[in-house]
Design a protein around this ligand. Structure first.
Ligand code: J2J
Length: 532
């Protein structure tokens, strides 16, 4: 059964976008074509396509032996280690559905993913970057199975004898991605084998991946960008190797670029800026690097202009979202488009509407004049039609005719290239890491001294934006900024969600608005913060 209306699904099949292939079946073909070529490189491991294929077969059998099979959800929280790849393909072959948590997520988020997806198991690591993931998973998992890479139970899974397993339906949910979100905790995004493989296949082509390419995954690979734009999966699809960096800093990345002959990577703008600066300082050999994708947040023209000369590579801008739509500047685009736009969609059947930005419920008919700024709506062969188990939220997140309301403000050029000029959604983009204002507000309001809270973006030279929480205390209470930051951290959230700044105010510093909505209040605060 398709997650799209049947008529639309039929069109996507007929157009050759959806080919009825699963990720497990793809890996089998890759193994046949590229057996002894390197597929994945980790800190201490180096697997060929044949080795990856075998590991995925064994894990699949191990999962099934443990009662994890067709349609079962498993929350996967792994850093950039080769086991991420074998585990995910193992789950796919078992017909199970990975839920991609980021290594930065903590108790409150992980618990939400487990509950929301009704996961049967959690798959994680032990200690990573100073945090005990195994302990956290066990506390949350309770009666669920918890597998920890490096522990005996996982070794047992990984050693299971391969066996024939039924293929999952290519049009069924392959995994759940996370949304950056704007209202409360992250929503789950159901992606299918067919729709995701289409975006991966085309991304690999658009980014010029070939079997001799080497992709450096600098960002956490569970994120949609390093996973599929073109990312780990794009590289595998092309028969190319992926090098997994444990950390994204310039020292680590440059060492790997030189040692492994990396040809392509993808980073968020603050990281691109850090690499540009470091290249001027260190002069490591980056000569193999051919393409750097920059996206996740707006890459301003000034930074865009410096990337090519500093790193000796071509810049490719990418504007994507875990919900679907991905835009790239093309490698043969004129320089001005590469420097000043965020690219154009992957597919000729990506439908883009730029609509009235002042109406959060604008429909696909409320178009602005061509070239004017408006809110971006999109629909297409790899953009979801609804979040997982979120009927109420879906009523406003999507139009009646199935367009996703991205919350991004864009301007469209005659060439179809989009320029991202801002955002209408209540989200802070902290250098590519998305913070839903409401999620942090709810954490703040759990503090006994807090009456009300509004979290807004303030400009930041390095990250683009940082978070500022305006807090109105309960009468007679005066919680300090540091106490409130500690409190939010203690609620078990990813570190990037702890407010960078906290301003405790007598009342919200907006006058004359009377009974104002949070939306208006936030806009007023954001304008105020910008003026400072
Ligand atoms: C401005 N804003 C951008 C850009 C994303 C590739 C690349 C990025 C993501 C991603 C992704 C932007 N300029 N170049 O999934 O496959 C903001 C927009 C967008 C939101 C999506 C991929 N690139 N953004 O960042 O799901 O606001 O995906 O709606 O994390 O990031 O965030 P996310």
């Amino acid at each position: 059964m398709s997650l799209w209306p049947e008529e639309t699904a039929a069109r996507y099949r007929a157009s050759g976008y959806w080919r009825g292939q699963t990720f497990g079946a793809l890996l089998t073909l890759l193994k046949e074509a590229y057996a002894d070529r390197t597929a994945v490189v980790g800190e201490e491991q180096r697997w060929t396509f044949a080795e990856l294929d075998e590991r995925a077969h064994r894990l699949a059998a191990g999962f099934v032996a443990n009662g994890i099979g067709q349609g079962d959800r498993v929350v996967v929280q792994l850093p950039n280690i080769p086991e991420f790849v074998s585990v995910v393909f193992g789950l796919w072959r078992a017909g199970a559905v990975p839920v991609f948590a980021l290594p930065a997520h903590r108790d409150s988020e992980l618990r939400h993913f487990v509950e929301q997806s009704e996961a049967k198991a959690i798959l994680t690591v032990g200690e990573h970057a100073g945090h005990d993931h195994a302990k956290m998973a066990r506390e949350i998992g309770q009666h669920r199975k918890v597998f920890v890479v490096g522990e005996p139970e996982f070794a047992e899974l990984a050693a299971a004898a391969p066996r024939e397993l039924p293929e999952p339906d290519p049009e069924s949910m392959a995994f759940l991605q996370l949304s950056g979100g704007s209202t409360g905790l992250p929503k789950l995004i159901p992606r299918t084998h067919d729709d995701y493989l289409y975006s991966v296949r085309e991304s690999a082509r658009i980014c010029g991946l070939k079997k001799d390419s080497v992709y450096l995954a600098a960002l956490p690979v569970a994120h949609n960008f390093p996973l599929s734009s073109p990312g780990l999966l794009g590289a595998l699809h092309a028969g190319a190797a992926t090098v997994l960096a444990q950390r994204p800093d310039a020292d680590t990345a440059f060492r790997l670029i030189e040692a492994e002959g990396v040809t392509i990577s993808g980073v968020v703008p603050p990281l691109a800026a850090a690499w540009v600066q470091a290249a001027a300082r260190t002069g490591g050999d980056l000569s193999s690097l051919d393409v750097l994708l920059v996206g996740g947040a707006k890459c301003g023209r000034e930074l865009a202009e410096r990337i090519g000369p500093a790193l000796g590579c071509r810049l490719q801008q990418v504007f994507g979202m875990a919900e679907g739509l991905v835009c790239y500047t093309r490698l043969d685009d004129p320089e001005d488009l590469v420097l000043s736009t965020q690219g154009r969609p992957i597919s000729p059947d990506d439908e883009v509407r730029v609509v009235n930005p002042d109406d959060p419920l604008a429909t696909s008919d409320d178009l602005v004049e061509p070239g004017e700024i408006g809110a971006l709506l999109t629909r297409g062969p790899y953009t979801i039609r609804g979040y997982y188990n979120a009927a109420e939220h879906n009523k406003t997140a999507f139009t009646e005719d199935g367009f996703y309301r991205t919350g991004d403000l864009v301007r469209r050029r005659a060439s179809g290239h989009l320029e991202v000029v801002g955002r209408a959604k209540e989200q802070i983009n902290r250098g590519g890491e998305k913070v839903a204002a409401e999620e942090v507000e709810n954490h703040l309001m759990a503090h006994p001294g807090v009456l009300d809270a509004a979290v807004v973006a303030v400009p930041d030279e390095y990250l683009g934006e940082r978070t500022c929480a305006y807090v109105v205390p309960v009468d007679g209470k005066q919680p300090s900024a540091s106490e409130l930051r500690r409190f939010v951290r203690g609620r078990g959230v990813a570190a990037f969600k702890v407010p960078d700044l906290v301003e405790v105010v007598g009342e919200f510093p907006v006058t004359g608005v009377g009974k104002t909505s949070k939306r208006e209040l936030r806009a007023a605060l954001a304008a105020l913060a910008k003026e400072r």
